[in-house]
Design a protein around this ligand. Sequence first.
Ligand code: GLU
Length: 304
Amino acid sequence: MNYQQILQEISNEVSTFPNTGEVANYIPELAKVDPKKFGIHLTTVNNEHFAIGDSEDRFSIQSISKVFTVAMAFSLLGDQLWKRVGVEPSGNPFNSIVQLEYENGIPRNPFVNAGALVVVDVLLSELKDAERDLFAFVQSLTGVSDITYNPIVAQSEKETGYLNVAFVNMMKAKGNIENDADEILDFYYKQCSIEMNCRELACAFLHFGENGKAYDHAGFRLTKSQVKRINALMLSCGFYDESGHFAFKVGLAGKSGVGGGIAALYPEEFAVAVWSPKLNKKGNSVRGFNSLELLTTKTGASLF
Ligand code: GLU
């Protein structure tokens, strides 16, 4: 498969579409990003690398980080984790609070904000230094040691994250939060404001597609079956309330973030990350979505 030529064709085709959508302006720091940025990196299980555009620029990975934290929490608690957070698509925006009240403070899945906050609560309860362990985990997945978070973005989120404060407190009132709300929120904003480039994300996600290999990163071990379940969550819940549409049009497991990134994988074959900051109304990168749809059309890659 000539992936480099396919990435070139995708880039050419996508650049002829109008650059529609809006950058994530509800987080003031993210609103400053250049909306014209566009990059893709694809890496195969044979350690081949193909890239195009701004694939080496680091950007705010936002909710893509939720895959890393849920992998850590699943490794720590096993199936006990699913007593605290569900595995169903929410059918609601990632920051909707309505469902959380009538479902008794148990978030639908670990990728909506409330679910990711419960996952942080687990990490803070189970680990002596959860922040250090998160960065060690990401370093182990990528082989890159200088990945960190952007404190200005984290602060910007903290100043405007009123709904996240509400989620933690609602869940605390319902008995599903153990730690101090501020500690949870501080950790959550750090994980969301981690900056990585498309290459680093593709390398990290490739590990979730190598089912035959033992999965052990920085002491966080997942069985083959657990890795399969994380992929199932990505497929069913990874794209906000557009997850069904992504499965329908693209057919890969993946996760998007409001920084405009999408990381996805085709098990036993490749992982790919794409970045373009303008988002559609559901919070997914417009060009990122288009690019992955073109990728699976051109390569015939699909989980189905
Ligand atoms: N930090 C963002 C928030 O809490 C994450 C949103 C996302 O990428 O889905 O709203």
